[in-house]
Design a protein around this ligand. Structure first.
Ligand SMILES: [Ca+2]
Ligand SMILES: [Ca+2]
Ligand SMILES: [Ca+2]
Length: 253
């Protein structure tokens, strides 16, 4: 009989933490849909006529699309943003599908259709009971080596002259909140915004290619908008943890 009590204590504790976590995150941890671009279907690309679910090294590993599917198939998909001109999807080692917004244009891969700084956006809703403070996080890397191979130079493009060709701008409701421009960052690196305040209602997150439009840009993956738990929730979890360990110490003593 005495052995049953600690086990039940642990279960109650886990249940309380789960409820607090759900409460803190408004029942979902991420407000962006298909941020890793792994939701695919048979839609056909505009440049290489490749189905999105058939981008592989042994076929054609990239194409451009006017929109990308959502995970559920309804709502919250990525669509062309204010700059339009297609969303370029590529398959990259270790990251599956990723996006590069310095894209080729419509049908035909000839130079006259290359290149456009394009953009993509997603509209999402913050509910009345959701948190209002967020971090935006996403993975980024540049294509410096590939750019150097293509242009037969060891230079970093546009050194010290504003933005390089690998720059990406991030906009919330049309306002720029981040610019990432790291030409020598060729290993994937997670970028993190400072705290972002968002009121309840509809919002638009947009990514745009900046710098020169030359088909080489910044690669993007794993975009997420993470709710920051409110201090009260942290305090409750902390109090629960302290109570739990005090209980355990007393029982083991
Ligand atoms: Ca991915
Ligand atoms: Ca570029
Ligand atoms: Ca490109």
């Amino acid at each position: 009989m005495t052995r049953a009590y600690p086990t039940r204590g642990v279960n109650y504790f886990l249940m309380i933490v789960a409820l607090l976590t759900l409460g803190a995150y408004g029942a979902r941890a991420d407000f962006i849909d298909n941020g890793d671009f792994e939701a695919v279907d048979s839609r056909i690309g505009a440049t290489n006529s490749m189905a999105l679910n058939n981008l592989y090294w042994w076929t054609e590993w990239w194409d451009t699309y006017t929109s990308l599917p959502s995970e559920t198939g309804v709502g919250d998909s990525w669509t062309e943003g204010t700059l339009a001109n297609r969303i370029e999807v590529q398959r990259r080692a270790g990251h599956g599908l990723v996006v590069e917004l310095d894209t080729h244009g419509a049908t035909g891969a000839s130079e006259m259709f290359c290149c456009y700084n394009s953009s993509m956006q997603q509209t999402f809703e913050i509910g009345p009971d959701d948190p209002n403070v967020f971090w935006l996080a996403f993975d980024y890397r540049s294509r410096l080596s590939e750019w150097q191979d293509a242009f037969n130079t060891s230079d970093v493009p546009d050194p010290g002259q504003g933005l390089t060709t690998f720059a990406v701008g991030v906009y919330l409701d049309g306002q720029q909140v981040m610019v990432v421009d790291k030409p020598t960052q060729e290993a994937w690196q997670t970028q993190m915004s400072s705290e972002i305040q968002l009121t309840a209602g509809m919002h638009t997150l947009e990514f745009r290619a900046l710098g020169a439009a030359d088909s080489y840009g910044g690669l993007l993956d794993n975009i997420s908008l993470i709710a920051i738990p409110e201090p009260a929730s942290f305090a409750l979890v902390g109090a629960g943890l302290i109570g739990f360990f005090l209980l355990r110490r007393r029982q083991s003593a």
